[in-house]
Design a protein around this ligand. Structure first.
Ligand SMILES: [Zn+2]
Length: 486
């Protein structure tokens, strides 16, 4: 693709993100009264407050609605319920359809269309009002998402793999540069267009708010993939700093996270479940401990993404597709396909003939390592971010919206406190991505992205499954109407 056309495409993407306004207008003014307001900048466990929404903004948060104001604004009675800022998922991949390879997307266009029509609604159904796409490979998908009658706010990173490195190696050679145009080359290579500074500048102009890069030598069938040198990563960090953009590093091994810590990365996009030679260790090995001490000490943003592994393991657990929650987030046609012999291809691929029992055990061990690392960081008061990596690959075990709830359950089981979880999914994410002036708390002037729960999320993680209402830019949505099967 010619650079000019590509730039136009990216500019259109950025414009779309700015115009992320739902089609139907919100009430000009609404009072949400009687709820216990839980907002992460408040140290308390919530206070009964009344909240005035004007247009798409929060106008006022007060102990009691001033007398007489009900006359000029409708009142939404939230007595006995819990009002939170809308949740932020800072690690999604909107273009990837769970359970589909890219070829299947062309073979089953109707299923793909139905899935994508439901996608924005599924995120909203579970309270996600902001999502950040870390690898926006398909502008048309994002445009369709933004054209939906109701959808979360969308931001994106520039994806800067090292040339031919992960994850660009998944794309066949002939289309690789088209799908991953923003790859970077080592210093000294004769390709000025792909020097870090040039690429960072290009993605910034295209509306990216962050830089994602990768230290991954490969897993499964792929080994010995190229990874960035310390010199290249240093140049990339320097350019990103100058552009005011945080850098996220894909890294899940001790080697990769040590590389990121030493190179000064801002955010790790994954947890530490690959302990290398120490994978059989029942406790956190010393080299992992040392890296995580530095992650916590330097307050590097950290997404444990336990559902990357959890979303593979569920494929080998009986009854996953029978969960009522699955029917909420994917259309019946897609669910039927997941259950069909053809729809089981990814599971079969992954197992390579191994029994379900063996796969559960293997993936359970990996999950346990990720949980141990997370537990250690929770004790060390690390700067957790909430990112689900939905979907982390073509697994139907990572379904939009629901995957966030499953990730939350895993984090809490691993020892993350309910307050740490709330902060990660709201204010920490907003701060880490430069969005804290707009979202992340319930304060006057912020965008009216809100979530109303039936129970307190500071009392149980299950509270996140009691969604009673969601506001996106001041417009209230009924969770029942956001579900796929109604
Ligand atoms: Zn990812």
């Amino acid at each position: 693709m010619k650079p000019t056309r590509r730039r136009l495409a990216v500019a259109a993407l950025a414009l779309g993100a700015l115009l992320s306004i739902p089609a139907a207008a919100a009430d000009a003014r609404t009072w949400i009264v009687g709820a216990t307001v839980i907002s992460p900048e408040r140290a308390d466990d919530g206070q009964r407050m009344d909240v005035l929404v004007e247009g798409d903004r929060i106008a006022s948060v007060v102990p009691a609605q001033p007398p007489g104001t009900a006359r000029d604004a409708p009142v939404f009675d939230a007595t006995g319920l819990y009002l939170l800022p809308g949740l932020i998922d800072s690690h999604v991949h909107l273009a990837t359809i769970p359970g589909f390879s890219p070829v299947m997307e062309y073979r089953h266009p109707l299923l793909a269309r139905e899935y994508r029509a439901q996608l924005p609604r599924s995120f909203l159904r579970y309270g996600y009002t902001t999502v950040i796409d870390l690898i926006p490979t398909d502008r048309a998908v994002v445009d369709a998402f933004l054209a939906a009658p109701a959808h979360p706010d969308v931001h994106h990173c520039g994806a800067l793999p090292v040339q031919d490195g992960y994850p660009s190696h998944f794309a066949p050679g002939v289309v690789r540069k088209r799908i991953f145009p923003d790859y970077v080359v080592e210093p000294g290579a004769a390709d000025a267009d792909h020097a870090p500074q040039a690429v960072v500048e290009r993605v910034r102009k295209g509306g990216a708010i962050c830089i994602k890069t990768f230290f991954e030598r490969g897993f499964g069938r792929d080994r010995n993939l190229p990874v960035p040198s310390a010199e290249l990563f240093g140049a990339l960090m320097k350019s990103a700093r100058a552009a005011g953009m945080p850098v996220l590093l894909h890294a899940s091994s001790i080697e990769a996270q040590r590389f990121g810590v030493e190179g000064g990365t801002d955010i790790f996009a994954h947890g530490l479940w690959n302990w290398g030679d120490a994978n059989a260790s029942p406790t956190l090995p010393q080299p992992a401990r040392e890296v995580l001490d530095r992650v916590a000490g330097k307050k590097i943003g950290y997404m444990p993404t336990l559902q990357v592994i959890g979303g593979l393991r569920v494929l080998f657990e009986p009854g996953y597709f029978d969960l009522p929650a699955v029917r909420r987030v994917v259309p019946p046609s897609m669910l039927e396909w997941y259950r069909s012999p053809a729809g089981r291809w990814f599971k079969d691929d992954l197992a390579g003939g191994a029994s379900d029992e063996l796969m559960r055990a293997r993936l359970g061990e990996t999950l346990q390592r990720g949980a141990e690392s997370t537990r250690y960081l929770a004790q060390k008061r690390a700067f957790f971010l909430f990112g689900t990596d939905t979907p982390s690959g073509p697994t139907p075990g990572n379904l939009p919206g629901l995957n966030g709830y499953l990730e939350m359950q895993r984090l809490v089981a691993a020892g993350v406190s309910l307050r740490q979880l709330l902060e990660a999914a709201t204010l920490n994410n907003a701060k880490a991505f430069g969005l804290a002036d707009r979202v992340g708390t319930i304060e006057p002037g912020k965008r009216a992205n809100l979530l109303l729960l039936g129970r307190s999320p500071l009392e149980s993680v299950e509270a996140y499954d009691t969604v009673r209402a969601v506001w996106i830019g001041g417009r209230r949505l009924d969770p029942a109407e956001l579900e796929a099967a109604r």
